[in-house]
Design a protein around this ligand. Structure first.
Ligand code: HEC
Length: 198
């Protein structure tokens, strides 16, 4: 822009509204393009708000992300189940799959809650929501304890009664409880073991 041009642009169209120390501010009309982007932005915000926040038509990015993660977890869980062998990784994969964890929760409420409390906080049986384990906190150890029980200590063997699918599901649920440290749970028993593979 040449100096000449600038002078022309700043030619007053209207009256002076401020004058301080010789610096004058003019009450010029806002350029059309500027008004267009301004009102455009307002209109866009209204449509955006309606679409994403109020109507439930559009999913916010976080919700999309969670849904995608859930879908990926479900696909991974299907693969792991199809393989049949329950490796520690497979159990962790299942513990992230909502469907499996929900199945496991149902089994837990029906079968385990009497001794481990509805939320896993423990009554007769130990607290399953802390990081302390009597028989090992690694996924395959938890699976084994549930499947084979600790008969002389009053923990029944669930493998024969529930079958492999439900033992897998309830193990996944127990793994998902870990670290939730529910209020009013039983005092820690056993060794501290944190799950690193998660
Ligand atoms: C009749 C009571 C009873 C029922 C029902 C029961 N448990 Fe237990 N469970 C126990 C007891 C008691 C122990 C502790 C054993 C010990 O002291 O060695 C235990 C231990 C465990 C442990 C090992 C905890 C650790 O610290 O290593 C897991 C995991 C577990 N139970 C899961 C389950 C699941 C899952 C179910 C349901 C399918 C279930 N239990 C049902 C009584 C029960």
């Amino acid at each position: 822009m040449s100096p000449n041009n600038r002078e022309q642009e700043q030619e007053p169209q209207n009256r002076v509204i401020h004058s301080v120390d010789g610096i004058e501010e003019y009450d010029n009309q806002l350029p059309r393009w500027w008004l267009f982007t301004f009102y455009g932005a307002i209109a866009f915000a209204a449509v955006y708000w309606f679409h994403y926040q109020s109507s439930g038509f559009g999913e916010l990015p976080m919700a999309t992300y969670r849904a995608e993660q859930d879908r990926a977890a479900a696909i991974a869980a299907e693969k792991v189940k199809a393989m049949g062998t329950m490796t520690p990784e497979a159990l962790i994969t299942l513990s992230k799959d909502k469907t499996t964890v929900t199945q496991g929760q149902q089994v837990f409420v029906q079968t385990c809650a009497a001794c481990h409390r509805q939320d896993g906080g423990g009554v007769v049986g130990p607290n399953l929501t802390d990081d302390f384990w009597l028989h090992g906190g690694a996924p395959e150890k938890v699976y084994k304890t549930i499947s084979e029980g600790v008969l002389d200590k009053g923990m029944p063997a669930w493998g024969p009664q529930l079958g492999p699918d439900r033992v897998q599901a309830v193990t996944a649920y127990v793994l998902s409880l870990r670290g939730t440290n529910v209020a009013g749970g039983k005092a820690p028993q056993g060794e501290r073991e944190t799950l690193t593979a998660r």
